[in-house]
Design a protein around this ligand. Structure first.
Ligand code: GLP
Length: 258
């Protein structure tokens, strides 16, 4: 595991975007796993900048998003502007600004009629694409990867997962168009890639920013591997793991930095 510390959120995001851009240049038909939440927004902005200013080409890139709330999604029956799905988040924050092909984008379908079948299909699509070359990850306040809440098996696959109260509280802050919803109306379930799915990526790139993430980052990187903090499973990742932090998020690490 390599841990890289940058001064602030902006520098951390540029460095993360450069790792992703490097892969896209080396392997134009690479498969990238994408994350949502507030942390990756500036990483996506820098990728957009590299696309617009330097011609970074996404035309052959395939993407697979980590997760989606169950029960919401871009639905033609409802106004797009009031949609809170991660599908809309990704469209607004990244996809509509770059030259990625629609058919190369994969996001769990929060409106799937048979979610279990959908999850099995999603796993198959990842396999068919040749696996994920680089998986971008954030970390939840309770240490979750994607929506793998405390207690999730470290061997878990893409599935439906109930959301923890802390996650609902944390994510309400960044819930898209939240003016339209009350906290109690947030979806209580999500479709998420499993920890096992994530551990099969060739390179995992976790990003975290700010002192409020410092405690959980220290637990995940320096604590025991435990399903209580599913991000700790990155310690078992057999391939390459990069953790990109700013000074705030790294401030409680002890032995893993000098
Ligand atoms: C959500 C996502 C996670 C993400 C987390 C962190 O729960 N499902 O994939 O890591 O939010 O969000 P933030 O970056 O806003 O702290």
């Amino acid at each position: 595991m390599e841990i890289i510390i940058r001064k602030d959120y902006g520098q951390m995001s540029i460095s993360a975007a450069e790792i992703i851009a490097g892969l896209v240049k080396d392997k134009p038909d690479c498969v990238i796993g994408l994350a949502t939440g507030s942390t990756p927004i500036a990483t996506y902005r820098h990728l957009i900048h590299l696309h617009k200013e330097q011609g970074l080409d996404f035309s052959n890139v395939k993407t697979f998003n980590l997760d989606e709330y169950l029960g919401i999604g871009i639905d033609l029956g409802r106004p797009y502007e009031t949609d809170q799905s991660y599908a809309r988040f990704m469209h607004e924050e990244l996809f509509k600004h770059i030259n990625i092909k629609k058919e190369n984008i994969h996001i769990p379908d929060g409106l799937a009629k048979e979610p279990e079948k959908f999850c099995a299909w999603y796993e198959e699509e990842i396999k068919k694409a040749g696996g994920i070359d680089l998986q971008l990850l954030g970390i939840g306040g309770d240490g979750h990867l994607a929506f793998n809440e405390p207690g999730s098996s470290l061997f878990s696959r893409t599935r439906v997962q109930a959301l923890a109260k802390q996650t609902l509280d944390d994510n309400f802050e960044s819930f898209y168009s939240k003016a339209n919803v009350k906290r109690e109306d947030m979806p209580h379930y999500a479709i998420t890639m499993g920890v096992g799915t994530i551990l099969e990526s060739k390179h995992a790139l976790m990003i975290a920013s700010g002192a409020k993430k410092a405690g959980i980052i220290a637990e995940a990187l320096e604590g025991c591997v435990t399903s209580k903090v599913t991000a700790s499973a990155l310690q078992l990742h057999p391939g390459r793991v990069t953790v990109m932090l700013d000074e705030g998020a790294s401030s409680k690490l002890t032995w893993s930095i000098n």
